[in-house]
Write a protein that binds this ligand. Structure first.
Ligand SMILES: CC(C)(Nc1nc(-c2c[nH]c3ncc(Cl)cc23)ncc1F)C(=O)NCC(F)(F)F
Length: 296
């Protein structure tokens, strides 16, 4: 391109509609239209919430993270947009028209069969394998953070909580866990704030559960865990109760009509000891085998 395509000028960024709120910010649908004739491309623009200065550097890290990831199964980085005068910077990403996996499954329940869910699961696995190859842990793998690019392609997004594992360690310890999605967390992440590729594998098991529950809000992980813990339990003691039931080997039950082989995958991901959990490449292989057997 005649000029650096990763720099978007704010004056050409036409706001269209809000898409949602993620970690550290809100995301809007915009058209980048330098010719001013509505022929420009649609993009998703993530802005940092201005009142949270402390996360300016976290946001910069998210931008840096996404800018080095090149994988078919990870939402594409397009560039950044610096607002005139203000310090603020926005992250520009490709816009995926089908939206998040949760909305897609809720609206397309009737025509998403087991084969398609397994295809989506294998794509998420491949995206996570790629992330792992760069020593990244996502730390927020959940159906809400998976985007649907087409009827047959999903992508991992929202790297607001992603961290690089230091070269001399096999895990990342978080100091101040903020708004933690504890119902997607492995036991060691709940009790020791310890994150690794194997804690991402635990979360992947929860994503499998969401997938095979069609992201039905009546049986989402938080609701199912709170039923077991007791709705009277409030606030910080929830994580202690959650850690306890996981320690006594209570696990989410199989979603309705979930193939036994798929539930067995989830249970492998939910091994209490992280070194007993499969790696993403093994999970990917097991999913491919189930897809071949599944003559649906
Ligand atoms: C916060 C935000 C906006 N939420 C949503 N994005 C999109 C949505 C729809 N199309 C999109 N194309 C690109 C991007 Cl980054 C988001 C969307 N659709 C619905 C959302 F709630 C988001 O970023 N969610 C995390 C993600 F799903 F992306 F992992």
């Amino acid at each position: 391109p005649q000029h650096d395509q990763t720099l978007f000028e704010e004056r050409h960024l036409r706001y269209i509609t809000p898409l949602g709120k993620g970690n550290f910010g809100s995301v809007e649908l915009c058209r980048y239209d330098p010719l001013g004739d509505n022929t420009g491309e649609l993009v998703a623009v993530k802005k940092l919430q201005p009142n949270k200065q402390s996360t300016q550097e976290d946001f910069q890290k998210e931008v840096n993270t996404l800018s080095v990831l090149h994988c078919d199964y990870i939402v594409k980085y397009r560039g950044v947009c610096y607002s005139m005068g203000r310090l603020s910077m926005s992250l520009v990403m490709e816009y995926l028209p089908y939206g998040s996996l949760i909305g897609y499954l809720e609206n397309n329940r009737q025509n998403v069969n087991t084969r398609r869910m397994l295809l989506f699961a294998s794509q998420i696995c491949k995206g996570m394998e790629y992330l792992q190859s760069l020593r990244y842990v996502h730390r927020d793998l959940a159906a809400r953070n998976i985007l649907v690019a087409s009827e047959s392609l999903v992508k991992i997004a929202d790297f607001g909580l992603a961290k690089i594992i230091p070269l001399d360690k096999e895990y990342y310890r978080v100091t101040q866990p903020g708004e933690s999605p504890i119902f997607w967390y492995a036991p060691e992440s709940i009790s020791e704030s310890r994150f690794s590729h194997k804690s991402d594998v635990w979360s992947f098991g929860v994503v499998l559960h969401e997938l095979f529950s069609y992201c039905d809000m009546n049986c989402n992980p938080k609701r199912l865990y709170m039923q077991e813990i007791g709705h009277h339990v409030q606030g910080p003691s929830i994580s202690m109760h959650l850690a306890n039931i996981l320690k006594t080997n209570w696990r989410l039950s199989a979603p309705p009509h979930c193939p036994p082989k798929v539930y067995s995958l989830m249970m492998q991901c939910w091994a209490y000891n992280f070194d007993e959990r499969p790696c993403f490449s093994s999970l990917g292989n097991q999913i491919e085998i189930i897809m071949q057997d599944d003559r649906e």
